[in-house]
Design a protein around this ligand. Structure first.
Ligand SMILES: CC(C)(COP(=O)(O)OP(=O)(O)OC[C@H]1O[C@@H](n2cnc3c(N)ncnc32)[C@H](O)[C@@H]1OP(=O)(O)O)[C@@H](O)C(=O)NCCC(=O)NCCS
Length: 108
């Protein structure tokens, strides 16, 4: 935790329900954009928290995002797809997902 907080290229977002922490999304700043990884508290899994917190966070990022998911991690695949990431390739049991930059229309 200390190393995460000391790393200025890394941010850790904590999702809370009624002030109780239920999950985290780690956002690493990379050359291409941001790499996301996530976890939900074991007691709170299976109720949509992962999908909701990652989607909400990804909506706030306009730069490209990527995620690495272990093959077979169906819930994380659904979470990545729910956040608009698309499957890129599989290598040695790791699935690579990405989403290109989002260009917001400029309203005159
Ligand atoms: C992976 C993880 C974040 C999922 O969080 P969660 O809050 O339980 O996921 P959600 O409830 O939002 O479910 C997301 C989707 O996966 C499905 N799902 C959830 N658990 C599942 C399971 N065990 N098997 C198959 N599908 C599952 C849900 O039905 C949902 O599908 P939908 O798209 O139809 O709505 C959680 O299990 C976890 O923290 N695992 C350990 C860490 C990890 O694997 N992190 C990923 C590294 S990138």
């Amino acid at each position: 935790m200390t190393s995460i907080l000391e790393n200025e290229n890394r941010k850790l977002y904590v999702a809370e329900i009624d002030g109780v922490p239920v999950g985290t999304v780690r956002v690493d700043s990379e050359k291409y954009g941001y790499e996301l990884s996530w976890t939900v508290s074991p007691m709170m899994r299976g109720s949509g928290i992962g999908k909701e917190m990652v989607s909400q966070l990804a909506k706030g990022i306009s730069e490209p995002v990527r995620a690495e998911i272990k093959s077979g991690n169906i819930a994380s695949i659904r979470i990545a797809e729910g956040a608009g990431l698309i499957f890129e390739r599989e290598e040695e049991g790791v699935l690579y997902y990405h989403r290109d930059a989002i260009h917001q229309p400029i309203i005159p």
